[in-house]
Design a protein around this ligand. Structure first.
Ligand code: GLA
Length: 386
């Protein structure tokens, strides 16, 4: 049976344009560990997931571009020679088109319908999914011959440009390079990567969505990035280092504490600790030591909440609940923060109970119906065969 989201996108395309199009799937992502360190030359451990965005796209032999978003029930049209910043979802797709033009790729008019099942602001990176889907579609229909890593980098530049979020490479890389049943251990400095089979026998990865999103996240996100840049510049003056990963222990930072603000110091401390945690986590995962791996997730959350300050009451509440639940061996906020999801490692036979208890406690506390998803991994963005 055809997936409901593909069916909705295909139907809308046929109604608005014609019956001839190509279909693509562009996944969201989870990240096991390594948060807010992709733009700090750290290591991250994401995977592409089954939730994502579906695209129906075809050339239209004009210079006009027509978009329709099934999720927002909104259309937008423009001319290929008049691509400029807009607002909301339009910025994400237009910025990708703009990047192809900047590379002098021979892009012409096209029609595009897209929509899916990644909740906005959930920390599962709907933005990279939106970018990756249109990038892959343009690459295919206009034969641009960019490889997957080039497409990921193009999408990252697109997010920096019109949406003005100075994100790292993690989301776009996972979106293009994901592999079903695997996580990616990505070195964000060199872009070297390894696939690990996601073997967590006896456990499931469960996301709990707070359904809140507190701040103009892009503003706060860019502020965190600036703090890290400021801190690194100070450390470089004192130490013979290129990046945070050259600092072996956060103890070495204390000496330079009085040269920076508390906010900057705390961000640096978090980054150094998270880089080291992620390296340890990779070893634990390979050794199948899920208990030790899970403990690191709680430590990451503490760092994100107390040092990096990207958590919020709702996320802290969910992680505290998880900490006090014997069937959970690790939990933390996932993605940029300020709302969105927690990621939880939950004993397989207790998943249903964990979800029921957690959503009920969350509803009682905040009067918000949260949502839960049991994760399944996926391949990176791909064309769906006819
Ligand atoms: C967002 C960004 C990523 C990454 C995460 C935090 O998802 O797009 O590049 O920085 O936040 O780890």
């Amino acid at each position: 049976m055809m997936n409901m989201n593909i069916a909705a996108v295909a139907k809308a395309y046929t109604e608005k344009f014609s019956a001839t199009y190509q279909l693509f799937f562009s996944p969201g992502r989870i990240n096991l560990i390594g948060e807010h360190i992709d733009y700090n030359d750290g290591f991250v451990m994401p995977a592409a997931i089954k939730q994502g965005i579906y695209y129906a796209v075809a050339k239209n032999d004009t210079d006009e571009i027509h978009f329709f978003s099934t999720d927002f029930n909104e259309s937008f049209s423009t001319n290929i020679h008049d691509i400029k910043k807009a607002d909301g979802w339009k910025n994400y797709v237009l910025s990708v088109v703009n990047e192809f033009l900047l590379l002098k790729k021979n892009i012409k008019g096209f029609n595009c319908v897209f929509g899916g099942d990644i909740p906005n602001g959930s920390g599962m990176s709907s933005s990279a999914a939106v970018e990756g889907g249109i990038a892959m579609a343009l690459n295919e229909i206009f034969c641009c011959e960019l490889n997957r890593v080039e497409l990921a980098l193009l999408c990252q530049r697109a997010e920096h440009n019109f949406p003005n979020v100075n994100c790292g490479i993690m989301d776009q890389f996972a979106n293009m390079m994901g592999k079903q049943d695997h996580v990616i251990l990505l070195d964000c400095k060199s872009l070297d990567y390894q696939y690990f089979p996601l073997i967590i026998t006896g456990y499931k990865i469960v996301l709990i969505n707070t359904k809140v999103h507190h701040t103009l996240a892009s503003g706060e996100y860019n502020v965190r990035r600036q703090r890290c840049e400021e801190g690194l510049a100070i450390l470089k003056k004192n130490l013979d280092i290129q990046s945070f990963r050259d600092i072996v222990s956060s103890d070495n930072l204390e000496t330079y504490k009085d040269q920076m603000s508390d906010e900057v110091f705390n961000c640096c401390k978090y980054v150094v600790e998270e880089i080291s945690r992620t390296k340890k986590a990779a070893v634990y995962l390979q050794e199948n030591n899920i208990t030790a791996f899970g403990k690191l997730l709680f430590e990451t959350h503490d760092g994100l909440s107390k040092l990096y300050k990207v958590s919020c009451t709702e996320l802290d509440f969910l992680v505290d609940l998880a900490r006090n639940n014997n069937s959970v061996i690790g939990a933390r906020l996932m993605g940029g923060g300020f709302g969105g999801c927690t990621i939880n490692l939950v004993k397989e036979d207790s998943v249903d109970l964990f979800i029921a208890e957690t959503l009920s406690a969350y509803q009682n506390q905040f009067n918000i119906p949260g949502e839960a998803y049991v994760t399944e991994t996926s391949d990176g963005t791909y064309q769906i065969a006819d």
